[in-house]
Design a protein around this ligand. Structure first.
Ligand code: NDP
Length: 293
């Protein structure tokens, strides 16, 4: 189906990200220390290099301190844990972020579990996940928290809404389910074993797609007027040979949805902005703890 008219409200990421960055900057200005985050990257994966560079650049723009620890591809698990231990013990470091994926010989879960939960600015430590599911305060994974900030920025209702999430990864789908539940949505999580995905997604007031499958969601799978958040980032080849970024949601969904995030320029900018906010909040928590000690 091809449509010539986009009806959905465009939920652009940059204005919402700017508001979140502004809030992070204002909070940082109230602290007695400059928030500081350490990035750990292992090997030569160009995407990881580029992501870490982007995060460090954004930290610098906000006046936060950051340091990139670039480890060789043959780094051992013990060496990685030792570096994390050193950063955990360093009072000048408030956040520790391990850039994923790691080379195949390293166990990411074991390494993530070594990070001091108070410094877990990516929100992927089991303690952070537990706090989220218990509805207690804690550091939240950046992409799901960024989605919540985006919904908040555009004043889209969450409480009482039926939210359907496509995807159940530890990075996006699962924590998003917890955040939406904490915000009083009724939550359904779909995955590859879900029969008749369209029947499930059509029931959503709020449809959030994080599957990593280009154009998985077509207009017939969306209830008219629904809010659709497209987390997916897929690289598809073009005629010129250069890859183009596209989401998990077919562009024609714009004719059916009430509101839709673009890809690129939707959820992506929120992820980095939320990381900055998490770094500032981690610094705030640690300075409050140090002062109380
Ligand atoms: P994963 O591959 O870890 O998880 C994908 C999830 O989607 C799985 O739970 C999988 O189900 C489900 N899924 C895949 N295909 C289907 C299908 N056909 N029907 C139903 N469910 C399906 O990916 P991530 O969660 O890490 O990332 C998801 C997408 O979000 C990717 O495109 C990624 O690039 C993007 N992303 C974007 C970010 C941003 O800043 N905008 C940040 C992080 C990720 P099952 O569990 O059954 O296998």
């Amino acid at each position: 189906m091809t449509t010539d008219r986009a009806a959905a409200r465009n939920l652009g990421g940059p204005p919402a990200a700017a508001a979140l960055l502004d809030a992070a900057t204002r909070l940082a200005a109230t602290l007695p220390v400059t928030p500081s985050v350490a990035f750990i990257r292992v090997g030569d994966d160009p995407a990881s290099e580029s992501y870490v560079r982007g995060k460090a650049k954004k930290a610098a723009e906000l006046g936060l301190h950051s340091h990139v620890h670039a480890l060789p591809a043959d780094t051992t698990q013990a060496d990685l844990h030792a570096l994390i231990g050193t950063l955990n013990a360093d009072h000048g470091v408030h956040g520790v972020l391990l850039q994923l994926p790691l080379p195949a010989h390293l166990n990411a879960d074991a390494a993530l579990a070594c990070i001091d939960p108070r410094k877990d600015v990516d929100g992927l430590h089991p303690v952070s996940a537990g706090l989220l599911w218990q509805g207690q305060p804690g550091l939240r994974p950046c992409t799901p928290a960024g989605v919540m900030a985006l919904l908040d920025h555009y004043q889209l209702p969450v409480a009482g809404q039926h939210a359907v999430i496509v995807g159940r990864s530890a990075l996006v789908g699962r924590p998003l389910a917890g955040l939406l539940l904490n915000a009083d949505a009724t939550v359904t999580v779909a995955h590859r074993a879900t029969p008749d995905l369209g029947a499930v997604t059509r029931r959503a007031d709020l449809l959030i797609v994080a599957a990593g499958q280009a154009h998985l969601i077509t207009p017939d799978m969306v209830r008219p007027g629904a809010t659709v958040i497209d987390v997916g980032i897929n690289r598809v080849p073009t005629d010129t040979g250069k890859a183009r970024l596209t989401g998990d949601v077919h562009p024609d969904v714009a004719a059916v949805a009430g509101a839709l995030t673009p890809v690129p320029g939707g959820v992506g900018p929120m992820t980095v902005a939320q990381l900055m906010m998490n770094t500032v909040q981690a610094a705030q928590n640690q300075t409050a703890h140090d002062q109380a000690a």
